[in-house]
Design a protein around this ligand. Structure first.
Ligand SMILES: Cc1ncc(COP(=O)(O)O)c(C=O)c1O
Length: 444
């Protein structure tokens, strides 16, 4: 029997409000940028976009690092590139694990052949600085690899002070900021970080598929000492290290030369993702990083107050909760998946499930990127109240929206008494980073 040729329908996804831990609805400006036509990989327009993208991400990461690039692939592509390029088999690596993505760092480091040492705290908690310091002194690792904000538990590990400890002990310091970047205060250079990787799909308001990353001079030196240009593009004078990086695709030494003046012909750029990543960073730089973080703090506080106002319990160490996501304890006797299902089918709103020890115990609700807005918070809270009431949960009538409104009223009062610059007149944007398309932008 021959194959039946099927054409299917054009892509026409249902309207959804994505209020989980990411991905979230992409900012329309990012989607518009991604619909632009391709140009050749070494077209001057393209190489100019690449240079601009590097400059924009230096702002987002708060760094002067020359090696600030995009790794093609989702966030874990950035993690793999950083770890496989920094770790040589047998290297000692210390991984403090406080959630799912710490386990991911451990797993990738193990696959790189590292001798991995793990310290753990229960999910929902973070490490005191002294605990990580003591582990560094005990293990003497080449690399400390720690997640900043772990979406699985909603908490962020404070990184202050670790850079100094790492520098004292000659340890390279890496963090994964996929979940936290631009929604929470973060400064690569002030923290003394050597390697940082991210993704677009959370507070940056884009789709997954590109991993912005930045590397200090020390990290670059370690990576370049293993440089080995692949045979088909090698020219006289190119090095071939005996300690070659185990992955070709994630070989940062070649990726740096692809982004640098050499324009090494390493991979075919994921041009559409670069357009998207560039627009994500442009949104942040245009709004102002501090204002982007403040917007996440405001809407995250409103969502937190709202779920508490409904009478729901919140999971995790609230002092270290990320601005952009909250874990809500599923009330006794309530079927968590049925509630998520009703939110989706009745209101078109997606909220998140959870993993590992939290599976079936909490929902995760995000307020990030394009969806860190007043209307999305109020809509989600009113829908949640209605669905929970139908599920028989004892919720406080009007308590969610009311508490969130109170947070907004306080913020409005504070803003009225000390006017802040608006996005349109922020005035600090270099001309090359300023909007040229005249659109209003998606952020509230
Ligand atoms: C902190 C953190 N790291 C890594 C990842 C993995 O990202 P991706 O699925 O884009 O590869 C995620 C995804 O949610 C994350 O939250």
């Amino acid at each position: 029997m021959g194959r039946v040729k099927r054409v299917f329908q054009q892509i026409d996804p249902p309207a959804r409000l994505l209020m989980g831990p990411g991905p979230i609805n992409a900012d329309p400006r990012v989607l518009r940028a991604m619909s632009a036509q391709l140009v050749g990989q070494y077209d001057p327009a393209m190489t100019a976009y690449m240079d601009e993208t590097q400059a924009l991400y230096r702002e987002v990461f708060q760094t002067a690092n020359e090696q600030t690039v995009l790794v093609d692939g989702t966030s874990r592509a950035g993690i793999e590139a950083a770890l496989v390029s920094l770790i040589e088999p047998g290297d000692r690596v210390l991984v403090p694990v406080f959630g799912r993505f710490g386990h991911l760092l451990r797993e990738i480091a193990e696959r790189c052949g590292a001798e991995v040492h793990v310290i753990e705290v229960p999910w929902g908690q973070v490490f005191p600085l002294e605990t990580i310091t003591a582990a560094i002194e005990r293990v003497k690792p080449k690399l400390l690899a720690v997640v900043h904000g772990d979406t699985s538990t909603t908490v962020a590990q404070p990184l202050e002070g670790l850079g100094e400890v790492c520098a004292q002990h000659g340890v390279l310091f890496y963090t994964d900021v996929t979940a936290s970047i631009s929604g929470n205060a973060f400064d690569t250079d002030a923290l003394g970080l050597d390697a940082v990787t991210a993704g677009l799909q959370k507070c940056l308001g884009g789709p997954s598929g590109s991993a912005p990353a930045t590397f200090s001079a020390r990290a670059v030196e370690a990576i370049r000492s293993r440089a080995s240009v692949e045979a088909g593009i090698r020219t006289e004078g190119d090095v071939t290290s005996s300690r070659r990086i185990a992955s070709n695709y994630f070989d940062l030494a070649m990726i740096f030369d692809y982004w640098g003046p050499q324009r090494l012909n390493h991979h075919t750029e994921a041009t559409t993702m670069l357009y998207g990543a560039r627009e994500c960073a442009r949104l942040v730089v245009e709004e102002g990083l501090d204002q982007t973080v403040a917007r996440h703090a405001l809407h995250g506080s409103a969502m937190l107050a709202g779920v508490q106002g409904l009478g729901l319990e919140v999971f995790g160490d609230l002092e270290h909760k990320m601005n952009n996501v909250v874990a809500v304890v599923i009330p006794d006797g309530v079927d968590g998946d049925a509630v998520r299902g009703a939110m989706l089918t009745d209101f078109g709103i997606e909220i998140g499930t959870s993993f590992g020890p939290l599976h079936g115990k909490v929902w995760r609700i995000g307020t990030m990127g394009y969806n860190a807005r007043r209307d999305t918070v109020l809509t989600t809270l009113s829908a949640l109240e209605a669905v929970l009431r139908r599920a028989g949960a004892p919720v406080t009538t009007g308590g969610g929206v009311g508490a969130a409104y109170d947070v907004y009223a306080d913020a409005d009062r504070a803003a009225a008494s000390s006017p802040v610059e608006t996005r349109a007149d922020a005035g600090t944007i270099a001309p090359e980073a300023a909007s040229t398309d005249g659109t209003a932008g998606g952020a509230a």
